[in-house]
Design a protein around this ligand. Structure first.
Ligand SMILES: [Fe+2]
Ligand SMILES: [Fe+2]
Length: 251
């Protein structure tokens, strides 16, 4: 019981802080937000709580977005500093002489990690991008998640040392990762997904700053920016961009 009370007190405190931050507006967090912070309980009963004005629409705590946001607007106004990983990866792909389509794939390969969900980031990222990029680009982004764990001597790709440090020397991939690797290994676009891994490993330099504007032309030629704005359009992924634009909407 003591634990439940503490959690409930913590929730009240958080609620109060958020209300103060947003005047009288309530900001609610969904379960997946709480789970990411290691918060879980099924104690305390179920209640909708008091009906108070809730945040819907633009979030006053975040930079204001244009009415018709572009991919570059999302880079500038919603992605955090770790977007440098994407930008450096794309710059490396360009230096390595990859085709523009693959430069775009590298530019967007971890879009989910840095802006949306970390778990299963290849799959989420591909889903966000599918309506706007060449099929090969989203396929490669989906599959790079699995390929990252498997070496390919023919192109000099070794199992990342960092993974052994982060996940343990005895880490073994989940069965679905093994399954998707086996599938991708024999696919005609295998090398496109592998290229993402090859231009990914070294794209973590804290002393290098790459601007998204450097890729304005590549984006212009290979990303189908909807005229009405990302999220205002009507594709199977529009809602994901709307969520990114207004991440704390009550519904
Ligand atoms: Fe990745
Ligand atoms: Fe990456």
């Amino acid at each position: 019981m003591a634990e439940a009370k503490t959690l409930s007190e913590a929730a009240d405190e958080l609620e109060f802080r958020q209300m103060r931050e947003l005047g009288e507006l309530m900001v609610y967090r969904s379960q997946i937000n709480k789970l990411a912070d290691g918060e879980w309980t099924d104690k305390g009963g179920f209640s909708l709580g008091p009906l108070k004005p809730s945040l819907m629409g633009e979030d006053p705590r975040l930079p204001k977005m244009p009415e018709k946001p572009t991919l570059i607007d999302f880079f500038k106004l919603r992605f955090g500093p770790s977007k440098q990983h994407l930008l450096q990866s794309a710059a490396l792909a360009q230096r390595n002489g990859l085709p523009e389509k693959m430069v775009l794939a590298c530019l967007l390969h971890d879009i989910s990690v840095i802006a949306f969900f970390r778990p299963d980031h290849g799959y989420w990222g591909a889903q966000m991008l599918e309506p706007y990029v060449d099929e090969e680009v989203s396929w490669a982004i989906r599959m790079h998640q699995a390929l990252r764990f498997f070496p390919d001597e023919s192109v000099g790709y070794e199992y990342p040392e960092a993974y052994a440090k982060r996940f343990g020397a005895d880490y073994r991939v989940d069965p679905y990762i093994q399954r998707d690797y086996d599938y991708a290994r024999n696919h005609r676009w295998y090398m496109s997904a592998r290229q993402i891994c090859l231009n990914d490993l070294y794209a973590f330099d804290p002393d290098v700053t790459v601007a998204v504007e450097d890729f304005e032309d590549v984006i212009g030629r290979h990303f189908r920016q909807p005229a009405e704005g990302l999220g205002n359009d009507n594709t199977p992924a529009s809602h994901m961009w709307r969520t990114l634009r207004r991440p704390a909407n009550a519904l």
